[in-house]
Write a protein that binds this ligand. Sequence first.
Ligand SMILES: O=C1C[C@@H](C(=O)O)NC(=O)N1
Length: 604
Amino acid sequence: MQTTITLPAACDFHLHARQGVLMEMVAPRIAEGGVSLCYVMPNLKPPITSTEQALEYKAQLERLAPNVTFLMSLYLCPELTPEEIRKAKKHGIVGVKSYPRGVTTNSESGIESYAIYYPVFKAMEEVGLILNLHGELPSDADQDICVMNAEEKFLVHLKQLHNDFPKLKIVLEHATTKAAVDTVKDLGDTIGCTITIHHLQLIVDDWAGQCHNFCKPVAKFPHDRQALRDVVLEEHPRFFLGTDSAPHPAYLKECAHSCAGVFTTPLAIPYLATVLDSFGAINCLRKFACENGKKFYGVSEEGKYREITLVKETLLVPHSYSFDESVEERKGTFPSHYIKKKKTLMACPEQLPLELILAVFTFIPARDLCRYLSLSKALRYEIRKIIVERIQREFKTGNNYLLVTIEPLDTYSSGPTHIFDLMLCDVDILSLNTRFKINDKAFDNSSPIKHDKTFDNSSPIKHAKIIGRKLQGTERWETILHNSHISIGSTWLSIFDPSQTIRNVSLHVFSPFDLKHETTYVSKGSLTFKINLEPESIKWWNSNIDDYSTIVVSNMIREFDDFQSLIVMSLVEEVIVNAGVLLTAIEEKWQDDVECVVIEDPED
Ligand SMILES: O=C1C[C@@H](C(=O)O)NC(=O)N1
């Protein structure tokens, strides 16, 4: 069994290197994945339609990944003229990518008919630019076209184009069908074809219901995959690697309308080797990934040649790759349960008198609390991540947020946690008509709290000065707990075991924009424990809460120097009700300034 392979760094002839923060994440990973040359797709926003844009994009990529050779392409669209083609050629642009309108990511300005582009194709044929085809027809039920046959039905256009421009080099991108493989083989030497790694692995069953495997064109039938594998095994010189690696932010991938794209760049060649090995094609790696494409394109690496060595051993694939999603442009579609949105103040957070945004998220209804509590820590961790993603989706500025989650820690309640949240809100609790009470008496385990079912408007709130605040003129936040214990007379506790006294206090503070910053401090009755977000690093220790007469919140949040907003979230429905009271009060008091976002429980 071959366990080590040394070969030239590979070429990826179809890469979505993206732009902005996503590009910053992708570009350095190209070499990490064993690739030293790549052909970059132009479907950015706005698409790359001019030589200047392509060169500027290339320069950005080179700054981020100086060891990689970037071959650039333009986006086929009406602005592209034969003159621009000639100019592009002069400046080293390699090809033009054609997207049929609406078939995939950023293809809104794609083409509807090839006929109008014939002068452009003619110029390309003359100067030797490559035409890259996303080979799918847009779905059209009336024409019986859907994702499963969109590629096959497109092939007539490939044949036609080849017929009309026999010297034009055309690459049918990311072929997924036997029909495509057969067609490319039948056509002459000017027709090449890229194959992705994932299409050598996946079939339709793997993406139906599995958003991470969803891409365009979709993976097809087992016999189609076999045809792709066979042509690799055959080492056919006109078939070569084009990963179509296409990352999307998790919130656009793991959602109802998942974006198409499989992100393989950081592990491209190890992944390819693994897949090839699985069907006995490991010896075809070199031709498929390092040689065929370069020959077809007639390109070399201008001194950037290097070798890579693959070692066959177990590799843990990261669950995700992080980048600053907060500054990614959001799609216009907010979840349908986004019920209330007053004013977008995120754009001008300095207007917030209390630097406060209160967002209340329900994630799991209270009645299902036990379900949440029975989840493993790892799963809870995932859930928190999802919540973070939700927040990132809603709030897109580069602001820092202080995020407080309210979570139950045991089966009984998470009662007082929202008191902490109120503290951190830096609001005058007394002025809010809530039912929260803060006792100044030492907490007495033997005296069960009252479980009055009435809404206690009149309860005076004592020690309002325990509110945490950002210290004037400093960046420190502080909450002082005057030897008090916190109690709460809220009705909702009674849905749990009424004989239980409040036993836990939890406060989770972290920045939704940097998971690494997460620090969770939890005081739980006479027990205080600390949790880092990583489930493995959960640490517990005993300590009496009396020892914590002063809780200096600045300790928890010391890493965040600039909070514009506070987000309070809860997994507990009833807390939402209470927080709703808070929201109402905030809205009443600062109605012109504060945007309160309430997101209803989607399951309701
Ligand atoms: O052709 C494409 C485009 C790509 C993307 O997300 O840019 N994703 C895909 O799955 N196919």
